[in-house]
Design a protein around this ligand. Structure first.
Ligand code: AMP
Ligand code: ZN
Length: 130
């Protein structure tokens, strides 16, 4: 059983932010910023791509509801909402979860670096085959 399934089962302690029959939100142990929260489905899916679309939509709806409450109550000025998918993207727990990272200050310790690359945009579009 994965570590988040163990938490959901109550075998490993956690700080619960929200719980219903389908979803659990807990404080991330790393507390990247104050109130850093993880929202997860109780049913195990390795990543969001493995989820049925309606369940993913419900998960994101729950993440929005929780964000709407915790951002003002923490006195944060915004948040980043993040889903790491697979090891290449930094996913370390293979039970899909949404990070809600409250942001207080532009000069805090979080940096998302979108470095520019010189891809040909038309070639990129052709590669995407949508
Ligand atoms: P990710 O890298 O997107 O897979 O995120 C996994 C997150 O889970 C990390 O931010 C960890 O700090 C967090 N984490 C790992 N173990 C626990 C735990 N036992 N309780 C709360 N958060 C955890
Ligand atoms: Zn799991």
């Amino acid at each position: 059983m994965c570590i988040f399934c163990e938490i959901i089962e109550g075998n490993i302690p956690s700080k619960k932010v929200y719980e219903d029959d389908k979803f659990l939100a807990i404080l991330d142990i790393s507390q990247t910023t104050k109130g850093h929260t993880l929202v997860m489905p109780k049913k195990h899916y390795d990543n969001f791509l493995a989820m049925p679309t309606d369940e993913f939509q419900e998960l994101m709806g729950k993440a929005k509801e929780i964000s709407e409450k915790i951002i003002p109550s923490l006195g944060a000025n915004g948040c980043n909402v993040l889903i790491n998918t697979n090891a290449v993207a930094g996913q370390s727990v293979m039970h899909t979860h949404v990070h809600i990272i409250p942001r207080y200050d532009e000069n805090d310790t979080i940096r998302f670096l979108f470095q520019e690359n010189k891809y040909d945009l038309d070639e990129v579009l052709r590669s995407m085959e949508l």
